[in-house]
Write a protein of this length. Sequence first.
Length: 163
Amino acid sequence: MKPIITTGIAAAFVVFAPFATAQDAGDVIVSGQDGSELRSDWILGARIVTPDDEQIGPIQDIIIDQQDGSVNAVIVSVGGFLGFGSKAIAVNWNELDISYDANVVELSLTREEAEATEEYVYRYRESDPLPEPDDGGMGTGTGTGMATGTGTGTGTSTGGGIQ
């Protein structure tokens, strides 16, 4: 009789174990943006200025700590002309004075000090990211034009079909 009870308990554990270890969707899903949160597209491309309103350069990237999710730094393009001859420097996130909607990003550093800073050294990925899923050649495209038609592909369309 004991083996039947033991088996019954084990079967119940197997059935209910996934429910005990699954995360609650409320812990995973975020319903909205708080007033103190910034969107990355507000930050990326924003120009950093000095307190005297002199432009230092645009923010090109954000460095995030993998362990705790905090933003450590932003990568700023400084120097050069129209993107040529510029270099990437890292600026400590905590040193930025960012307006409510990230319309103004100020740094207590002169443009000359920023340009004199050593270039930031990136680390390389140890492995490639996962490949894009294969859609069997049935991708979607975007485009402009006045024509209608059908087709498949993954490229950019400039019209096409019957005109």
